[in-house]
Design a protein around this ligand. Structure first.
Ligand code: KIV
Ligand code: ZN
Length: 523
């Protein structure tokens, strides 16, 4: 933990499940949201923004259940500046030991133009809605959306109104990732100096990464007096994403000499939650991403390796263990037993039940038969894979013929609701032929938004992880799979995404992961 005595405490507000999940294609299932919320709570996040309750029945249920199950973290829901949103949000967060309502309105000239409110009308709306929220819960956060492009005098005026109406946290969003570190610091400093009542509330910073400055802008705001950072795991979020939790937390830990701030985060849990968020959102982490990228602790070049062997500090400013990467870890092999697998999973941060272990062990043995050494990354890939025996579509077998002589041909056998179906298709390469055969078995109009292949480890016998994202009528579903055969992994990822699409479509209306309302719609 980074909690050093006598250091100013910076609150970590995680919005992976709201601003992160709102990113197109990053939709998570109900159970995945509960899992991520639990991991965030266990890691020591102070406030979890669990969703936007008015957006859909599914969002409401998720926020409510996260609130019901919360342990230490404060649970927050988002609400636009109207009484209906706020009432729904209060209903969703109320059962948390520490509930918070986060209400907002766009205050910059561009944002004011959308609801067509005059400055005075908007000021009245802010007073009315924050007062209403404060009558429902003790802890209210208010945000002037697009604050960094709002006129200075007006920004001060509306913040003062929100504080007088009972807001306990004032969040300053850089909604479009426009600000720069010096400006971010100046804005917070001047607001704290100028706005009456500023000393009685916590100022928060909420940065987007459009110009790649979100982490720097957030830290600059902290140095200027903000005491809450809003961020997401892996920097997930729309466009270029939000401030990455792992970056700000590790920056304050590693450079505590110049940024003497404490957080409640157990940094050893970072890597595991990063992997889980990547898996459930379908947004893989870029290899050279700070802190959690595959290469973040890899020292490839001869000079670096030589230096590392002599003294790790030559090129290493933090230890892999500090973020939950086990330093040197022995690979498993085909003689490894169930206990060794469980032990490895625990070291990697997974806690799984006996049934899941049973299923995983079978797949681990299959992999170990094909591959001499099974590395940590292979195990993580296995954890991302695996359908359910109740899935509508199951892959039974497949055979692909491809090469230089003509189109590839795939023969795919699948079980569709218990019935065996086989189809053959030709295509432009083995993956195209395979997907076409699957489409013959399960005709669908889903548009392939993303098809991504990564090698899990080195060598030609490495597993490939494949991610597939499909979109049909506004519903998005992702599938992931890993296999030493790239085409088999592709087929399984595609079938996984189709299965999820089927489930999502059948739930539309009752629980809909699709939202009719976006937090950007203004009322
Ligand atoms: O970026 C933004 O302005 C937001 C608000 C809803 C706080 O996410
Ligand atoms: Zn945002």
């Amino acid at each position: 933990m980074t909690s050093l005595p006598d250091q100013d405490r910076v609150l970590i507000f995680d919005t992976t499940l709201r601003d992160g999940e709102q990113s197109p294609g990053a939709t998570m299932t109900h159970d995945e949201k509960l899992e991520i919320a639990e991991l965030l709570d266990d890691m020591g996040v102070d406030i979890i923004e669990a969703g936007f309750p008015i957006a859909s029945e599914g969002d409401f249920r998720a926020v409510k259940e996260i609130a019901d199950r919360s342990k230490n973290a404060m649970i927050c829901g988002l609400a636009r500046a109207n009484l209906k949103d706020i009432d729904r949000c209060a209903e969703a967060v109320r059962s948390a030991a520490k509930p918070r309502i986060h209400t907002f309105i766009g205050t910059s000239p561009l944002h004011r133009a959308i609801p067509n409110l005059t400055m005075d009308e908007m000021a009245d709306r802010i007073h009315e809605t924050v007062t209403h929220a404060r009558n429902l819960v003790d802890n209210v956060q208010w945000s002037p959306m697009d604050a960094t492009r709002t006129e200075w005098d007006y920004l001060c005026r509306v913040i003062e109104i929100a504080i007088k109406a009972g807001a306990t946290t004032i969040n300053i969003p850089d909604t479009v990732g426009y600000t720069a570190p010096r400006e971010s610091a100046d804005l917070i400093r001047r607001l704290i100096e100028t706005v009456p009542g500023a000393d009685d509330v916590v100022f928060a910073t909420h940065c987007h990464n459009d110009l790649g400055m979100a982490t720097a802008n957030s830290l600059a705001a902290i140095e200027a007096g903000a005491r809450q950072i809003e961020c997401t795991i892996n920097g997930l979020g729309e466009r270029a994403g939000n401030t990455a939790l792992e970056e700000v937390v590790m920056a304050m830990k590693v450079r505590n000499d110049i940024m003497p701030y404490a957080t409640g985060i157990d940094t050893r849990k970072i890597m595991h939650i990063s992997r889980r968020v990547a898996a459930v959102s379908g947004f893989n982490v870029q290899f050279n991403k700070a802190i959690v990228g595959k290469n973040a602790f890899a020292h490839e070049s001869g000079i670096h390796q030589d230096g590392m062997l002599k003294n790790k500090e030559t090129f290493e400013i933090m230890r892999p263990e500090d973020v939950g990467l086990s330093g040197t870890s022995l690979p498993l092999g085909k003689h490894s037993g169930r206990a060794a697998l469980r032990d490895k999973l625990n070291n990697l941060g997974y806690e799984i039940g006996d049934n899941q272990l049973k299923d995983l062990f079978v797949r681990f043995k299959e992999l170990a038969d094909r591959k001499k050494e099974v590395f940590d990354d292979d195990i993580v890939a296995l954890m991302r894979t695996g359908g359910d025996k109740d899935d509508h579509l199951q892959l039974v077998s497949m055979k692909v013929v491809c090469g230089t002589g003509g189109p590839a041909e795939a023969t795919v056998e699948m079980e569709v609701e218990g019935k065996d179906v086989t189809e053959v298709a030709e295509g432009d390469g083995p993956v195209d032929a395979t997907f076409k055969a699957i489409r013959k078995i399960h005709p669908n109009a889903a548009h392939l938004q993303l098809y991504q292949v990564h090698a899990v480890t080195e060598g030609t016998d490495a597993q490939a992880t494949v991610s597939v994202r499909l979109e049909e009528d506004g519903i998005i579903a992702t599938g992931d799979s890993a296999n030493t055969d790239t085409v088999v992994a592709s087929a399984m990822a595609y079938i996984g995404a189709l299965n999820r699409l089927i489930v999502r479509r059948s739930k539309m209306g009752e629980d809909a992961d699709t939202r009719e309302i976006s937090y950007k719609d203004v009322t």
